[in-house]
Design a protein around this ligand. Structure first.
Ligand code: GLP
Length: 251
C-alpha cells in the first residue's frame, strides 16, 4: 500500500516484516549494483538483520555483483570497540555482509572505534565520505527518534562527530552486550544529520509495534530537535518502508 503524508515521504506499508525485508533488500541491491551511483550508506541494528538476510542471496545471484567493486559507508560505530569485536558495528557488518559476500578488506567503511582521537577520526571519516558522496542511505529508527546515533536534541546542521549515548539508547542496544545497558559503550562516532541529509536518497526502515508511536511522530509532527529523524522531512527523496505493526498509530 502506498500513502503520502503531509511532509511528503513516499510511505510503503507492507503486510509483514519479511515483506519489508525483501522490499528493502531489493531497493538496496539496485543501488549497490548500479555502477553510476555513489556508495550506499548502511545501517546496523536488529531491524536490518532480516533485510541483510534477504540482500545476500539477491546479490550472490546477480551477475552484476562484483565484491572487489563494493564501496559503502556505515552510519556509526561505538568508541572503544575493535573492528574484530563481534559487538562492534564493524563486527556486525562483517558477519552480515563482509564475510558471506567475500567483500575485499576496507570496502565496508566504518569509523574506527579504536582511533586514539575520536574527534579526529570523525573528521577523517567525514572527509572520506564527502569525497565519495552518498547515494542511497539506509536508516533505522531509534526508540527516541535518533537516526545513526544523532540523539535528541539534535539540529539538521549537526556534522559527523563523537557523541554521548543516551541512557535510553544504551538500554535499547543492551541485548548485544549481555542485556546490561552499563556494558554498552557510552560514546560513539556517528554521521551527522548534515551528511545524512546530503545523501541522494533516504530509505528509512521501521518494523514492529514498539516503534509505532515514534514513527507517527516522525511522520506527522513538525520537524524538531527533540526528534532527530523528523529532520528527514526536509529531504526531497525520502522513502519510508514499514510493516503494519509499525504503521498502526498513523492517522
Ligand atoms: C541503533 C543504531 C541505529 C539503528 C537504531 C535502531 O542504536 N545506531 O543506526 O538504526 O538504533 O536499532 P534497532 O533496529 O535495533 O531497533
Amino acid at each position: 500500500m502506498f500513502m503520502s503524508v503531509a511532509a511528503g515521504p513516499s510511505l510503503e506499508v507492507l503486510p509483514s516484516l519479511e515483506a519489508v525485508a525483501i522490499r528493502g533488500a531489493t531497493l538496496l541491491a539496485e543501488a549497490l549494483l548500479d555502477p553510476q551511483r555513489p556508495p550506499s550508506g548502511l545501517a546496523t541494528g536488529r531491524t536490518m538483520l532480516p533485510l541483510y538476510g534477504a540482500l545476500r542471496p539477491l546479490l550472490l545471484a546477480d551477475r552484476r555483483f562484483e565484491p572487489s567493486a563494493w564501496r559503502s559507508f556505515n552510519l556509526d560505530e561505538y568508541v572503544g570497540l575493535a573492528p574484530t569485536d563481534c559487538r562492534s558495528f564493524a563486527g556486525y557488518m562483517a558477519a552480515q555482509l563482509g564475510d558471506p559476500l567475500g567483500l575485499a578488506p576496507g570496502r565496508l567503511a566504518l569509523p574506527d572505534g579504536l582511533a586514539p582521537d575520536p574527534a579526529l577520526e570523525a573528521e577523517r571519516y567525514r572527509q572520506a565520505l564527502l569525497q565519495a558522496g552518498l547515494g542511497l542511505q539506509l536508516l533505522g529508527l531509534g526508540n527516541n527518534g535518533h537516526v545513526g546515533f544523532n540523539e535528541p536534541p539534535c539540529l539538521p546542521q549537526a556534522r559527523c562527530r563523537w557523541v554521548e549515548l543516551s541512557a535510553e539508547t544504551r538500554r535499547q542496544n543492551a541485548a548485544g552486550f549481555g542485556g546490561d545497558p552499563g556494558a554498552v559503550p557510552p560514546l560513539a562516532i556517528t554521521l551527522g544529520l548534515a551528511e545524512i541529509l546530503g545523501a541522494q536518497e533516504l530509505l528509512l526502515v521501521v518494523t514492529g509495534a514498539a516503534k509505532a508511536q515514534v514513527l507517527r511522530r516522525v511522520l506527522e509532527e513538525p520537524p524538531s530537535g527533540e526528534l532527530p529523524a523528523s529532520w528527514l522531512q526536509g529531504h526531497g527523496r525520502w522513502r519510508v518502508l514499514c510493516d503494519r505493526d509499525a504503521a498502526s498509530a498513523l492517522s
